[in-house]
Design a protein around this ligand. Structure first.
Ligand SMILES: [Zn+2]
Length: 251
């Protein structure tokens, strides 16, 4: 039963130019079993996945698994997702790298996370940063550029910083967000179709394996079967998408 994908199929059929897509899965380090089940799905369709990993949540066992996956042609890439994924804002929207954090505090956290990931995964880590909750400030962007990061990934609706020291590759479709599959497969299919119809730049699909159920994975399987079987879509890793200097030169 894939009627929920009918609008997506129609949107793809109507495209006159190809669509570049990437998949970013957040919160690496949380609920590893669900991560492996999600990777079963993406592997089945041969699509690359960029895993945003929380440095302080990765243990040695997961690091070994990720090293194997990244180095053995499994189409899995790894990059940094904040440091500990905690909220530091006393009011307003959650953020680990929000307005209340000083330059020194942001630098220290980014740098500590960077060192930890490199100690655990070395050359497997791409120079990409995804801030928790997709939120950070211009200070964050400046710190990232100075620390050697080449790409920042936030939500497509985020305010621009007017800072060209780092490339941005935003996500557009949030599988587990309010406008994602929570609204029901039919509404989600309409939302995906609308995005694909309007796409003039790479389209990023954001996943959160830790809260994705078996039903979510079934729907994702159906979506990927359609997308990978249609000539209008080409999946790439984030590093390849942004002409980033991937440490591994993958995909
Ligand atoms: Zn997160």
């Amino acid at each position: 039963m894939t009627a929920w994908l009918d609008p997506v199929r129609a949107a793809l059929d109507q495209r006159t130019s190809p669509i570049a897509m990437f998949i970013r899965d957040d919160d690496g380090g949380w609920n590893n079993e669900r991560l492996y089940r999600l990777l079963d799905v993406t592997r089945r369709h041969g699509v690359p996945v960029d895993l945003a990993v929380i440095p302080d949540a990765v243990d040695a066992a997961l690091a070994r698994e990720l090293w194997q996956l990244t180095m053995c042609g499994e189409l899995v890439a790894v990059h940094q997702h904040g440091r500990t994924h905690v909220n530091h804002e006393a009011a307003g929207r959650k953020s680990e790298f929000g307005r209340s954090r000083s330059v020194a505090e942001q630098w220290d956290d980014i740098h500590a996370g960077q060192r930890r990931l490199h100690a655990l995964l070395g050359a497997a880590v791409d120079p990409i940063f995804t801030p928790p909750w997709n939120r950070c400030t211009a200070v964050t962007a400046a710190c990232l550029a100075a620390l050697g990061f080449e790409m920042l990934s936030r939500d497509a609706d985020a305010e621009t910083f007017g800072f060209d020291g780092i490339r941005e590759l935003p996500i557009h479709l949030d599988w587990t967000g309010r406008r994602g599959v929570a609204a029901g497969p039919d509404a989600w299919g309409d939302a995906i179709a609308a995005r694909l119809r309007a796409a003039s730049a790479p389209v990023g699909l954001m996943l959160h394996h830790a809260v994705m159920t078996r039903e979510d994975r079934t729907l994702l399987d159906e979506l990927l079967r359609l997308l990978t079987g249609h000539g209008a879509v080409k999946f790439s890793s984030m590093a390849a998408m942004g002409s980033c200097t991937s440490a591994r030169g993958v995909v």
